[in-house]
Ligand binder design. Sequence first.
Ligand SMILES: Cc1cc2nc3c(=O)[nH]c(=O)nc-3n(C[C@H](O)[C@H](O)[C@H](O)COP(=O)(O)OP(=O)(O)OC[C@H]3O[C@@H](n4cnc5c(N)ncnc54)[C@H](O)[C@@H]3O)c2cc1C
Length: 404
Amino acid sequence: MRQHLFDHHVVILGGSYAGIAAMRRLSKNPKLKITLIDQHPYHYLQTEGYELISSNTSFEETIVSLPSLCANYDNVTFKHRKVLSVELANKRILLNDGEESYDTLVLALGSVTKRFECDSNVYNYSLGAKSLRGSLKLNQFFQDELYKRLESDKKAKENFNIIVGGAGLSGVEIAAGMQHFFNHYYRSNALSCATLHIHLIASRDTVLNGMNERIIRITTKRLEKLRVKVHTNCRIASIYKHETLLNNGEKIPFDFMIFAGGTMPAPCLETLGLKHTKRGQFVVDRYLRATENNSIYIVGDTAALSDKKGNPLPPTAQIAIQSGTLAAENILCTQTKKSLKKSNLKLQGIAIALGGRYAVIDFGTLHIDGYSAYLVKKIIERLYKWPLWWLAYRGFKNIDSCEI
Ligand SMILES: Cc1cc2nc3c(=O)[nH]c(=O)nc-3n(C[C@H](O)[C@H](O)[C@H](O)COP(=O)(O)OP(=O)(O)OC[C@H]3O[C@@H](n4cnc5c(N)ncnc54)[C@H](O)[C@@H]3O)c2cc1C
């Protein structure tokens, strides 16, 4: 039985890229009591979601067990709970089962898929790709459609349209991954998939708006080669039962829709009352604290983060990890009465999977694409995942001391 007298209780909400980075850094101070809370007992590797959707990997390859991971640290407790709301005045978090109080709070709840306002029936044949459940459902849905086509010639001749709403990083990866999967399947199962079409809706004149021009060119060419139908300069205006109306008047019939166009904060933070941007990301100071409350750090996709020059940073896993680590360092500095570190977040590069063994990487001045880029992306993914898997494997031995 472990017994400790802790000086300070840090509660981390969200056990993903940002929350885990904060937890690992904070765990180094044995005087801190740390509680990590997540609605799932696993960390879902969203950056590998495209592989799961397009059947290139299995679900256990895309998760890390949170109870096992936390069981490595004497001063960390994992709680598998859903956060319902946060009461700033009482420093209290309401959970689906019980409550938790904190001295310092780290908000790392990411974001959720923003769906369009539409007939609620549409939700029966539409999904977002930000959760393990969503990605698995998508994968199962497509597998099922392919199976029906394989069984029936008549069915195989029918058109099947999938709309991916949003041509940012996740929309592009999903569209390319799925289309590659269909094309590959088509080659190996005669005439079963030529009528499957993926429509990617981009609100600007290109996909990946705002990214490096060369990366956009390479991506556009690859999408063309794969036969993804890219619709530029348009937005989804309305969605009816199996039909979408774009704001340029075009109508696209669809069988399934994937929302990848926008995100919003976790619903439990809606009543938080802290300053946020139009997109719902919370505004932080240069030390990553909520501007109105020094005992709250906000990290990852939940925060509106910017680089040293004040340019907004895109919501990515690497920025989530950097911000989680920095918030933890500043909490440690506060405890040891050292001066806080200013945010110096920097996007090191961006790797985009484009179906099969093909990717494109933007390292700023250096760009690579094709199989070599795919290999680099795989190495980056593994360098993140493998140490966590190893820790989870080691922590599993202590699992009985971890509250789930
Ligand atoms: C398909 C796809 C591909 C992507 N590809 C890349 C890529 O190649 N490279 C890259 O850098 N980024 C990529 N991203 C973006 C990246 O995944 C996110 O920026 C990153 O996951 C943000 O990490 P986070 O820790 O802030 O939040 P999240 O990863 O969203 O995690 C939030 C955590 O909070 C938990 N949570 C939420 N609400 C509650 C609640 N009420 N109670 C308890 N727990 C809760 C969730 O269960 C989750 O564990 C991709 C995203 C998608 C969807």
